[in-house]
Design a protein around this ligand. Structure first.
Ligand SMILES: [Zn+2]
Length: 417
């Protein structure tokens, strides 16, 4: 397998990491195998037979996540970056905004995921509640296949319906929970009891301040975080030490300066840029919008692989709320469905009752007349249709109080307790 092991060119700590020549050469070959990738190489003046593949790979433009749907629409037969026909993936998803979601083709994805879940502490005797959405998204299915490949038993719970989740906790006695941390926290605190069969929570999303510590303190549940982008697969995961995340062998991870787009020095925050090394969907240099930094100290677990600090925050337009990216263009779509004379802004904040749940508030300025009967509810419906996540509140305000249509007021916690 190709490796992401990076070559440090000398002893200094502040030298940005470089992609090895052999990795870059293999990547350029694979990028050239998709129609969008071929065009990107051509426009950058880079040949797959480059004499200096690492330097040429680094010259490829970083593709903003928000542009992916556009590339996919331009080359629909391969959704832009597929190196095999779409029907050969075996499973295709589709997201609002026109993004095609590809699973790994064949059995390979299950092997990748089985390996990841094994590293995250799942064993063949576990019963795992998978609360990722099985509907129109491929990621929950790939996780499911990986867990079963590992020998674990999967409860395909999907998201939502805390009451039913609690009921199944009692009846099926799961030992591992997989999903977003805010949802687990809400479900457990709704239970009104500290007694749970869960021993481990594997979360694909940031912990709100204090949640990780409280999960352990109040419920005795250990937790592990991992990082990735659904369409490309996992990129990094926490070992038992929970001090940053080890980069997986299957993803080329770069961290670049938000302005200059050059690799950052060790310790400096920048945007995470991903290129998958073992996927049939080869998006070169996808800018995730997530911020992180390289950690330099060796991990206490003894694994010498590169580590990132986890997600420090967001750059760019997209804001991830309850696992879904919401973009300013989505908010503008919502506005277009409302009376022409109103203005809207979406504010993402944290609940004040312990600060654990994301709160989505849509501020709406009043139109010329009084709002029609049921206005707030219908705004909520429109919002859910467009953004696939529910609003908590619609507030009518005389002024929006912001120039941006999308405001993220949340603070992030990265370090383990
Ligand atoms: Zn470690």
């Amino acid at each position: 397998m190709t490796t992401t092991r990076t070559e440090k060119s000398n002893e200094r700590d502040d030298v940005p990491r470089e992609t090895s020549a052999s990795t870059a050469r293999a990547l350029l070959d694979r990028v050239a195998a998709s129609p969008a990738g071929k065009r990107i190489l051509g426009e950058a003046g880079v040949s797959a037979q480059s004499a200096d593949p690492a330097a040429d790979f680094a010259r490829l433009p970083i593709l903003p996540r928000s542009d992916l749907a556009r590339w996919q629409q331009e080359y629909p037969d391969r959704a832009g970056f597929a190196t095999i026909p779409l029907s050969d993936f075996g499973r295709l998803g589709y997201h609002a905004g026109g993004e095609v979601d590809v699973a790994y083709a064949g059995r390979h994805g299950a092997d990748v995921m089985a390996d990841l879940f094994g590293r995250l502490g799942v064993t063949s005797s576990d019963v795992v509640v998978n609360t990722f959405g099985y509907h129109l998204a491929t990621v929950a299915h790939v996780f499911d296949e990986g867990l079963r490949r590992l020998g674990a038993c999967v409860v395909p719970a999907g998201p939502g319906n805390s009451a039913l989740q609690l009921e199944l906790f009692t009846r099926l006695r799961p030992t591992v929970w997989l999903g977003f941390p805010t949802f687990l926290w809400r479900t457990l605190t709704d239970a009104g009891s500290k007694d749970t069969s869960l021993r481990l929570a594997i979360v694909g999303g940031e912990f709100a301040p204090g949640v990780r510590r409280e999960l352990h303190r109040q419920f005795g549940i250990d937790s592990r975080d991992f990082y990735g982008v659904s369409i490309l697969g996992p990129a990094a995961y926490e070992c038992a030490e929970k001090e940053g995340m080890h980069v997986t062998e299957r993803m080329l991870v770069e961290i670049v300066d938000r302005d200059t787009r050059a690799p950052v020095a060790v310790g400096e925050a920048g945007e995470i840029v991903l290129t998958p090394l073992d996927h049939e969907y080869v998006v070169p240099r996808l800018g995730t919008g997530d911020l992180s930094r390289w950690l330099d100290e060796p991990c206490r677990c003894g694994d010498p692989s590169d580590r990132i600090a986890g997600v420090l925050g967001r750059v760019g337009e997209g804001v991830k709320v309850r696992g879904v990216f919401v973009y300013p263009r989505d908010v503008r779509s919502v506005r277009q469905a409302l009376p022409a004379d109103v203005e809207v802004a979406l504010v993402v904040s944290r609940a004040t009752d312990g600060g654990i749940r994301d709160i989505l508030t849509l501020r709406v300025t009043p139109g010329k007349g009084p709002p029609p009967e049921g206005f707030e509810a219908s705004v909520g419906e429109v919002f859910h249709d467009v953004c696939h996540v529910r609003l908590d509140e619609v507030t009518i305000v005389p002024e929006l109080g912001t120039d941006s249509v999308l405001v993220d007021q949340r603070e992030w916690e990265v370090a383990a307790p």
